[in-house]
Each structure stands twice: as C-alpha cells, then as structure tokens.
Design a protein around this ligand. Sequence first.
Ligand SMILES: C[S@@+](CC[C@H](N)C(=O)[O-])C[C@H]1O[C@@H](n2cnc3c(N)ncnc32)[C@H](O)[C@@H]1O
Length: 218
Amino acid sequence: MRIEKSLLDNYIEQTFVQESLAMKLAKEKALQFNKEGLSISSGEGALLSFLIRLSGAKKIIEIGTFTGYSGLWLLDGTQNLGQLWTFELNENYYNSAKEVFDFANLSAHVNLFLGIAKERLKEIESLGPFDAVFIDANKNSYSLYLDWAFKNLKVNGLVIADNTLLSGLVYDETIKNSLFSKGHIPKMQAFNIDLGTQIHFQSILIPTKEGLSVGIKK
Ligand SMILES: C[S@@+](CC[C@H](N)C(=O)[O-])C[C@H]1O[C@@H](n2cnc3c(N)ncnc32)[C@H](O)[C@@H]1O
C-alpha cells in the first residue's frame, strides 16, 4: 500500500525506471478497482527486479498478486526466463492478473493460484526448493509466510517482504495514518524481529517509504 510520493521518489522513478506496457496495464486495472495504492511503486518494482537479478533467482514465489504489477517486476529480474508461482485471494484481482500476464506473453512463466495463500502454498512444496519468496499480502500472516519461506527456500535463497515499516508506524506509533490498522503494528514488529534476529537469515530492512525487509537464507 503506497502513501504520497516525494520529489525524491519522482526523481528516482523518472531517472531510473522504465515500465513495460504490461506494467502500465496492471496499473490501469488497479485504478479500475479504485485501488491504485495497493501495488508497489515503480521504483520499488525496479528495486525488486534488481535484487532478483543480483541473486540469480529463477524460481520465485509471490504471496499477494493483486493485478500482477509486482509479479511482472519479479519476472523482469529473471529477464523473463524464470517461473513465478503467485497467490491471490480475490477472484476479480486474480482474473485481472491473468489478463495482464497473457498480455505480457508470460503465461507460460506464471502459475497463478486463487485462494487463501497459506492453504494453497502446500500444493507446491514438492516443487521446491525455491530461489526467492516475495511477501505482500495479509499482514497478520507475515510471520507464517516467513516460516514457509525458511522451509522452502534453498540456501542463499531470498525472502523479501513489503510494507514492513507500515508507513513508519512500526517505529513511531504516533504517526497519523489511515492505511493500516493499529492491530497490524505488533504483527509487523514481530515479523521484523523474527527476520532480524533469526540465525537462519542474514537480513536488513531497506528504508523505502513503505519498508522492504530482505533476508538471505544461511
Ligand atoms: C498489497 S496487495 C498486493 C500488491 C501486489 N504485490 C503488487 O504490488 O502489485 C495484497 C494482495 O494480497 C491479497 N491477499 C490478501 N490476503 C490474502 C491471502 N490470505 N491469500 C492470498 N492473497 C491474499 C489481496 O487480495 C491483495 O490483492
């Protein structure tokens, strides 16, 4: 979920980021649902792509597809050669994402699942280990998704989680914010402590506006 962009965000995006036509379509679909703020920003997308390419990941899990915008960036990081398994609860979003991946000619690289991620993830465990897991769905289950990632990532595999600053609320609960409920704060704080103190991951939080926590499985 995105909050207002700064001049710095705009400068970075205008200077470094080029969206594909399919990415623009994914954004248009988000706008049609009146939910443009749900997708990651283009700058964060380019950062995701960069991390994926740097790590050499090809087998990628995404929890929280929405209209496919971040999925396109994840595949971009594989130079569109990798495989994405992506999970979405809402049928309308699922159908939109399907159209977006078709439009991008990437259907052969995408395995799109409709339903509750924690249930449907079980179906693909035998296909692992995976190279990267991107977490961007219901905040209450972030710690559960981290456990799943640890069990199903290869050594040196990457876990990336979006919104881990909750617009600043994780370190300053007095910040005025209408995007996240107070109930999310202890959940996300617990997630960051889990990742930050686990001996199984080397980790850090990249201070994008929303916060991107990243870990490499040891
Ligand atoms: C923040 S949006 C994802 C945005 C997307 N990653 C992007 O940047 O383009 C979160 C998505 O997770 C989905 N979601 C929420 N809870 C879920 C669950 N338990 N299982 C699967 N998907 C879920 C929501 O319907 C929503 O589309």
